[in-house]
Every structure is written in structure tokens, then in C-alpha cells.
Ligand binder design. Structure first.
Ligand SMILES: O=C(O)CCC(=O)C(=O)O
Ligand SMILES: [Fe+2]
Length: 333
């Protein structure tokens, strides 16, 4: 497929297996005592983000108990019978609802081996599983989404300082109080692989991609590995670094919106989730991803004009179209 957008052209070149390297430094940044340590934390975030485009944060203030509750709610949700989940089929233009095996990344052209449930606050009417199916799910998930938003806004305020924007610039751009809000929490379930399933190099739990957003917070569980990253600057080398999953650390990626907003100073990073190999655990994998995506009506303007201005709505629509064009989903708009 021919793509006109730079990001899509880059992504479509990243489908090969490549090589694996453990030489890269996966930095862990401690966010504790954030207000008093803001300067130091900002230095560390900026260095990691400009060098590599991904890093992990600890001491981030989201209690382990909250993270575990969100994972428990996620597992319970995906254990619901398919007819219940399919009542909330993904409205792709709105990033809300459930899908299974419909996301085809421009890099690989085969569907991700996963199901997901996307929560975008203003567009959830009729999509929540009833209390009779899953008691407390909605509240748990919405509380968690709010905690993720707060953390993402703190991190983005550090980037705003360095980019010469005012400190609340990104918080205003991700305002949850309006219908134009389009940040998304995605619950993910990658299917267990039966013992006798053939291993194919074309099949990925998630094909190589960059995220469409400003910043992603990714929560993974101990023992459920498979995430590999490749910094945007080093994409030509196609060497991928495995990220050891941990219940405590949140893995953060710079996404394409922030890359545009920084005139490429902050490169988005490629990542993918590999299918279990012969040596790996073949059980299910769950993860949670919060995507800080600027509100629809916000104009993404790169200060030095490297990219033409585009609204966050148009930007996201083009990326979503490129990922779900073959999918049988409702374009509710
Ligand atoms: O599940 C993961 O570890 C990665 C998910 C991801 O990259 C995505 O959904 O954009
Ligand atoms: Fe991603």
C-alpha cells in the first residue's frame, strides 16, 4: 500500500525480523518527590527521550494495588463470552469498544494476534459491559484512566518546559472535560499459543509500529515479556531491544504527535510484541496502554515548520484508517 504520511512510510519499512540487541540502556527514571525534584527529573527525561525515545518510570505514584486491580478487571473483561464483548464492537473513528484480530499494522500486513478494549471517555455510551456481567469494571477502569492521565500530564509538563511551551500547554491540549478529548486507555489480551501451533515469522502479537499519540504509558506484568523496541533514530539498523516486563515500572514511549510538535527533537520509537518462540512461555499476555492523544480540535503545529499544521482529529483519523482499513468495524462518526 502507498502511504502519503511520513510516519506511515517509515512504518511500512519496519516489518522485517531484524536482529536483537541488549546493548541499549533502558533507563529507569525515579519520579518520587516530583515537585521538589522537577529539574533533575526533567533532565533525565529529556536525555532519555532525545537519545532513545523510550524509558521506564518508577516512583510514579500509581499504587501497585491500583495497577493490579486494573489488570484483574482486564482479565475478567476478556474472559466474558464473545457475544457479550461483541455488543460493544469497536467504533474505530472514536477509538472506543472491543475488537479482536482486526488491527493490521502497515509494517507487516497481518492482523495482530490480540483482542483489545479501548476506552475513550466521551464515546463510551452503550459500550460498557453491564454490571450483571462485570461488577465494578467501569469504575475501576475509569479511575485508572484518570491516574494515567495525571501521570502523563506531569511527564508532558517536563517536555513542555524544555520545548519552550508553557508548563500547562499539553494539559490544555489533553483536556478531559470536553467532548473533543481523545486520549485512550487500551486494555490488551494477546492470545495464548497452543503447544502445537506452528511458529511463523509473519505472525506477531503486535506488529512493528510507532504510536500515534504524544506519549504512551505501557503497563506490563512480570513474566509476560515479548515487547521489543527500536529507537526511531536507529531504525535503519533494525536492531530490537527486549524490554523486561515489571509490575512496578511503566514503560513510556514518545509518540508521533510529540515528534511533530518538537520538529523531530523527540523521536517516536518503534516497538512490537513478538509471538512466543520455542523457548518462551506460551500463555496469554495482558497489558495496558494509555495513549495521551491531543484533543480533536487542537492544532499540531511544529514550531519550525518541519511538518504542515494538522488538527489532532485529522491526524488520528489518517492513522486509524491505515491500521483498520480492512477491518469490519463501525466507522461511527
Ligand atoms: O502490549 C504491549 O506491550 C504493546 C502494545 C502497543 O504497543 C500498542 O498497543 O500500541
Ligand atoms: Fe504501541
Amino acid at each position: 500500500m502507498n502511504h502519503t504520511m511520513t510516519e506511515l512510510q517509515r512504518e511500512s519499512r519496519m516489518g522485517a525480523l531484524g536482529t536483537v540487541t541488549t546493548d541499549r540502556d533502558v533507563r529507569r527514571i525515579d519520579l518520587s518527590d516530583f515537585e521538589n525534584r522537577r529539574e533533575q527529573i526533567t533532565d533525565e527525561l529529556w536525555a532519555a527521550a532525545t537519545d532513545i525515545g523510550f524509558f521506564q518510570v518508577v516512583g510514579h505514584g500509581i499504587d501497585l494495588a491500583e495497577v493490579r486491580r486494573a489488570f484483574a478487571a482486564t482479565e475478567a473483561y476478556f474472559a466474558l463470552p464473545e457475544p457479550v464483548k461483541s455488543r460493544a464492537t469497536l467504533k474505530k473513528g472514536l477509538n472506543s469498544g472491543w475488537e479482536s484480530m482486526t488491527q493490521v499494522r502497515p509494517s507487516i500486513g497481518t492482523p495482530d494476534q490480540k483482542e483489545s478494549f479501548q476506552i475513550t471517555r466521551p464515546h463510551m455510551d452503550g459500550l460498557w459491559p453491564g454490571e450483571e456481567n462485570l461488577s465494578g469494571f467501569r469504575d475501576t477502569v475509569l479511575d485508572f484512566e484518570r491516574r494515567c492521565w495525571e501521570l502523563a500530564m506531569s511527564l508532558l509538563s517536563c517536555f513542555a518546559d524544555r520545548l519552550g511551551f508553557d508548563r500547562d500547554f499539553f494539559t490544555r491540549a489533553h483536556d478531559p472535560s470536553t467532548v473533543s478529548y481523545q486520549s485512550t486507555l487500551r486494555l490488551l489480551h494477546y492470545f495464548a499459543l497452543p503447544e502445537d501451533a506452528p511458529l511463523s515469522p509473519d505472525v506477531w502479537r503486535a506488529g512493528a509500529h510507532t504510536d500515534f499519540d504524544c506519549l504512551t504509558l505501557l503497563f506490563q506484568r512480570n513474566g509476560q515479556g515479548g515487547l521489543q523496541v527500536c529507537p526511531g533514530r536507529e531504525m535503519d539498523g533494525e536492531a530490537w531491544t527486549p524490554i523486561e516486563p515489571s509490575d512496578e515500572a511503566i514503560t513510556c514511549n514518545i509518540g508521533d504527535m510529540l515528534m511533530r510538535w518538537s520538529d523531530d527533537l523527540l523521536p517516536s520509537n518503534f516497538h512490537r510484541v513478538k509471538s512466543p518462540g520455542p523457548e518462551d512461555h506460551r500463555g496469554a499476555r495482558y497489558s495496558l496502554a494509555f495513549f495521551a492523544q491531543a484533543n480533536r480540535d487542537v492544532l499540531i503545529e511544529s514550531p519550525r515548520g518541519k511538518y504542515p499544521p494538522i488538527t489532532a482529529e485529522d491526524y488520528l483519523r489518517q492513522r486509524v484508517e491505515a491500521n483498520y482499513s480492512g477491518a469490519k468495524t463501525t466507522a461511527a462518526r
